[in-house]
Write a protein that binds this ligand. Structure first.
Ligand SMILES: [Fe+2]
Length: 242
């Protein structure tokens, strides 16, 4: 009886959008993206990442913030272009406002980006309908993990956590064949892993909400420099507007 009541509460939680996480295979996005589009997008991505000022030699980054209406798919640049996480969400870099290298505003008219965003809009609409809103603050992060053989790159925060963001889309842009690790991990609130998965194909995607914790294991290299290039599309919480 008690368990049934708990399950009902969980289903009625307006923040439960994907029951903690959802893996979306590459095909969902790639069916409208040609090889030439993918190649162009990767070239744009490479041109837009530079050393993370808060983790030099560990990651390269770029960021842009946009205001997005998932019903009309109208989007525009946000006036605030800095990124804030609470300490509770990130014990490495939370509690401070970070300014990352800026992604060129031409991203908002990039064909591949617009297609991916419009696909993601479906889950964003569920959030909007429950919250009674039409406009969302999104932060788009290009995060390049890079590691030499014998070295390591890692995420911030480094291990299992809940984001401030009610919804985050982690889109793989590229994982080089010499990558070691870089597996996504899902856990309950007790930090015991329940699922491990790997983003491998272009635009393989992990969507996470705040119903479960998540992490990515450090990246190593089996030879030469290994890269894991991801694009995060974060639906920001109001508390992050600093
Ligand atoms: Fe996260």
């Amino acid at each position: 009886m008690h368990a049934v009541a708990e399950r009902t509460v969980e289903c009625e939680n307006p923040l439960n959008i994907v029951d903690g996480y959802r893996f979306i295979a590459s095909d969902y996005y790639m069916q409208s993206i040609s090889e030439a589009d993918l190649s162009d997008f990767r070239a744009f991505y490479h041109s837009q990442v530079s050393e993370d000022p808060y983790a030099p030699a560990v990651r390269d980054r770029g960021m842009i913030k946009i205001v997005f209406n998932p019903f009309t798919c109208d989007l525009q640049l946000a006036t605030n272009q800095s990124y804030f996480q609470s300490y509770g969400a990130n014990d490495s870099d939370g509690g401070k406002v970070r300014v990352f290298p800026a992604i060129c505003p031409s991203l908002v008219s990039n064909k591949t980006f617009v297609h991916i965003l419009n696909q993601d809009a479906e889950l964003m609409r569920i959030y909007c309908e429950r919250q009674g809103r039409t406009s969302l603050n999104l932060s788009v992060h290009f995060i390049r993990y890079k590691a030499e053989q014998g070295g390591a790159s890692y995420s911030s925060p480094v291990w299992l956590h809940l984001d401030d963001e009610p919804l985050v889309f982690i889109h793989l842009v590229e994982l080089t064949a010499n990558a070691l690790g870089a597996d996504n991990v899902i856990s309950g609130m007790d930090n015991k892993p329940t699922n491990v998965l790997r983003l491998v194909a272009p635009f393989d995607t992990l969507v996470v909400d705040t119903m479960k914790k998540h992490a990515v294991t450090p990246l190593g290299s089996s030879g030469g420099t290994a890269y894991r290039d991801v694009m995060l599309i974060n639906l920001e919480a109001d508390l992050q507007q600093k």
